[in-house]
Design a protein around this ligand. Sequence first.
Ligand code: SF4
Length: 302
Amino acid sequence: MTKIEWTHRPGTKGESWNLIGGCTKVSPACDNCYALDMSWRIQNMEKRPDRYEDVCAKAVAPDVAGMEWVVRPSETLHWTGHVNLDYDALEAPYRWKAPRTVFVGSMADWLHPRVPTGFVVEMLAVMAACERHTFLCLTKRHERLPAIAELEGHVRDRWQKVPSVMSDWQWPLPNVWQGTTIENQEQADLRIPYLLQTPAAVRWVSVEPMLGAISIPPGYLKDGYYLKHGLDWVVIGGESGPNARRMEGQWAKDLIAQCDDAQVPVFVKQLSQHGFHYKLGRKIIKDLSQWQPELRRREWPK
Ligand code: SF4
């Protein structure tokens, strides 16, 4: 089970499927990486899955104040660069009986460069075999997305070896949604074109943490002559945590308006700790009743 709201799709249970440990930062969305803090905690637990071994570390570095080196050291938590694969965890979706909406890899990036293509094939084959579940893949490694098209033969070979498979082969996999993070305009301009070259039943973007106003060209949102299949879903969320960066309400409203024009469903996950309701201070604002009405949007693609 997971608390991530956008996995709580009606008729399904929300789940996260974690089978990769370790990552590296790649863009501004990663600055306050939640998975890094969580991985550090898990890494230091007595009993922990092996995939969290040696994935992060703390370095003691001196701070500089003005012209002097101060005595106050700061501990900086960072990824070590080790990325561990958990082959045993590949089996987990077979054990989930009721239909689930599954976030693939909430503690890492499933297309990190150190995740070999062979492991990506194994993951996709499990997704193909577990058709009762819907798998929501999300990456910041947009450059690897289009190559998913070339994996069909390999995924099909692995899928055919699963004895319980009953249905016909379909590609792209009808229960797999492909998504990328676009935290600001620069990442939107960079990553969306790669996503749109990717075969997927549903293509979605996660604008979380939302770090600036984002304008998505209408041609990327709408299906049309030039683009047979545009974006199908937009998730918006402000940053949480002690170092949360500001998200302006107007940025979310403007993006919702763009989606409405193109009839693309929108899911607003949470609002920034700052800027929406000053009386709430630094609390995460997850209670929809405290939001401005136009921001209360919790929709999924049909
Ligand atoms: S890609 Fe995700 S898990 Fe990896 S550093 Fe960035 S925010 Fe953290």
